[in-house]
Design a protein around this ligand. Sequence first.
Ligand code: CO
Length: 327
Amino acid sequence: MPAVTVEDLMTLPLIPAAEPGVADRAVVSLTTAPTGFEGEGFPVRRAFAGVDLKALDPFIHMDQMGEVEYAPGEPKGTPWHPHRGFETVTYMIDGIFEHSDSNGGGGTITNGDTQWMTAGAGILHIEKPPEALVTSGGLFHGVQLWVNLPASMKMAAPRYQDLRSGQVGLLSSADGGALVRVIAGEVAGHNGPGSTHTPITLVHATISPGAQLTLPWRPDFNALVYSLSGRGSVGAGDARRPLKSGQLAVLGQGQTLTVSADTQQDARTPALDVFILGGQPIREPVAAHGPFVMNTRAELVQAFEDFQAGRLGSIPAAHAGVSGESN
Ligand code: CO
């Protein structure tokens, strides 16, 4: 679990302990992510499967990619494919992904980096492990999240943000037992590097065995806690509910959220790692199919027609010949 690690958490800014009497968010639903395959066949867990879109708003879809230890020759990526109407956020924890898009964006993301791509009106992109990693094999673990855009921004010009691990906001829980990485938005006055179209907070937290993390969380945001690995619980006091690897907790109203790591963890996953996300709901109709997220069915049909007609961009000349279509 590299992402970003810190030797001594007490050197980081501390998240103040919650004021007494503050309402902590309770678990509304707990679901277990089914496994599947994405792109050319890399293993994923569908974190949001079975959860009502209204509870997820402004998020649409989330895959935990891996964690998988590839043998030489095994690492896989995606073929070229289009998107319109939303943003794809790819956060790498372990391993390397190379990406390029029809808008000229591209690069390599690794341990703790995030590729934040606003598809807007339309873009084509490809994500794949670099040649050296295909040859060597190795660990691959990350998260891909789809963030919706409001109607007024669905046809905006595509935008690309390259967020490096060194820019991530780092905080420690009040007891020094949890490392909080703020990728986007704000926690206790500390900002992450991601610039978002609607207000959102994205956090990756590592909680040591027996430690408890209470985060202040904007009351107008929804709150989702997904366990990447390890064992623990969500909620405070009598409202605590167990949380295992691959489970998503949707939380109700309140001003804080609390996640605790069990004292006993597996040797392979010595801490509880959670992805915590929330944002201001967009509250618009969602028409989503394959790689497009629009407001109406007619706009989806238009998106497919525009893609077929080449209006979502074309594969850069340097990559011509490498083509294909994904979901
Ligand atoms: Co994509």
